[in-house]
Design a protein around this ligand. Structure first.
Ligand SMILES: NC(=O)c1ccc[n+]([C@@H]2O[C@H](COP(=O)([O-])OP(=O)(O)OC[C@H]3O[C@@H](n4cnc5c(N)ncnc54)[C@H](O)[C@@H]3O)[C@@H](O)[C@H]2O)c1
Length: 333
């Protein structure tokens, strides 16, 4: 049985679907906060609640008593996938304490639960490509230094890795951190560019292009990411094993697509899928942003056979199709 935090979120929802399809029992937790449209989170949950094997708790991961109560109610929980977080780089400039609450206190509560759950097989948690900060060596490798975050969001995700390292070392918790690289797909996140560009282009509004379009991202299709999460779950590390950090049964992996695509190509792919061109307002680099992300995925391939397959040219049209159907937007004649 798996405790899955952030179950009403984008990646959590898809992960839950895949786990349920594989016959797992999933205990989902989410506080359904208002960072973005709650009706989308509820719509995802509605899909999950139709399925056998899914139990949901509306709870805050930073609430120790509530989380302990959930663990006590389900002594069969033997794996944890911790995806709940306050996401978003821009929001961290204006709402720093949301990150302290969900990304520092939250993981600490989860680690305490993991520490006291006898026989816990694996603690898998979400990190982020943002931990690489302004590193200029590309592609980003799990062996690179990650000591210079350029946003508070990145700093809290890195802190989550470090807290996990200490718990894994002290209490022998098999733990894996996954550094996700710009994940996109159906049921996605309205605060991310692929979503807001689609919304604005369909509304006939111009879109703002940061750093004059001179940016690159490693865009990762949601199903590829979910396959990686499910695969790694079955590969808990043992202390001193390959890629383990010092003596702890803890390692981190990149889950990217191993391609750095230009922002302008990305926009063009959305425009092509929508059949509409739009006005672009060129703007300087936004604070907290990085010019390029690009994942080295060799270790992920080697350890759990990670094999992302989906290019933007295939993924974006599928996202656009979902978007039109979810929001009831007809195709232009
Ligand atoms: N989507 C990406 O491109 C991406 C990239 C890098 C890292 N990540 C990380 O992956 C994880 C999942 O991201 P996502 O894209 O699905 O984001 P999301 O915002 O859609 O999902 C996160 C979910 O966690 C919930 N949550 C937040 N704080 C909570 C709290 N205190 N208690 C309980 N629930 C809480 C939210 O309500 C939300 O449903 C996050 O840890 C995020 O930092 C995502």
């Amino acid at each position: 049985m798996i405790l899955l935090t952030g179950a009403a979120g984008f990646i959590g929802f898809h992960t839950a679907q895949a786990l349920l399809a594989a016959g797992e029992q999933v205990i989902g937790v989410d506080n359904l906060n208002e960072y973005y449209d709650v009706t989308l989170k509820k719509a995802r949950l509605e899909q999950l609640e139709k399925r056998d094997g899914f139990t949901f708790y509306k709870a805050d991961i930073a609430d120790r008593d509530a989380m302990q109560g959930i663990m006590d109610a389900h002594p069969q929980i033997d794996r944890i996938i911790h995806l709940a977080a306050q996401a978003g780089v821009r929001h961290s400039l204006t709402h720093p304490f949301d990150y302290e609450h969900s990304n520092l206190m939250g993981p600490l509560v989860l680690l305490e639960l993991a520490r006291h759950r006898e026989g816990l097989k694996h603690f898998v948690y979400a990190s982020s490509s943002s931990v690489y900060g302004g590193n200029t060596k590309q592609p980003f490798s799990i062996d690179d230094q990650v000591n210079a975050p350029v946003s508070l969001y990145a700093a809290t995700k890195r802190a989550g890795e470090l807290m996990t390292q200490s718990y894994s070392y002290l209490y022998n918790i098999p733990a894996t951190g996954l550094r996700f690289f710009t994940v996109y797909g159906p049921w996605g996140r309205p605060d991310m560019a692929y979503f807001s560009f689609t919304r604005d282009i369909l509304a006939g509004k111009p879109i703002t292009v940061f750093n004059q379009g001179d940016m690159k991202r490693d865009f990762t299709w949601i199903d590829d990411v979910v396959s990686g999460i499910i695969a790694v779950l079955g590969h808990p590390p043992v202390a001193h094993g390959p890629h383990c950090i010092h003596d702890a049964p803890h390692r981190v992996f990149n889950l990217g697509n191993n391609r750095a695509e230009s922002l302008l190509y990305f926009i063009e792919t959305i425009e092509t899928a929508l059949g509409v061109r739009t006005e672009k307002i060129m703007a300087p680099m936004a604070p907290g942003d990085v010019p390029e992300t690009y994942a080295d995925i060799d270790a992920s391939k080697e350890v759990f056979g990670y094999d992302p397959k989906t290019p933007l040219s295939e993924g974006i049209p599928q996202f656009v199709e979902w978007y039109r159907s979810f929001y009831g937007i007809e195709k232009a004649a």
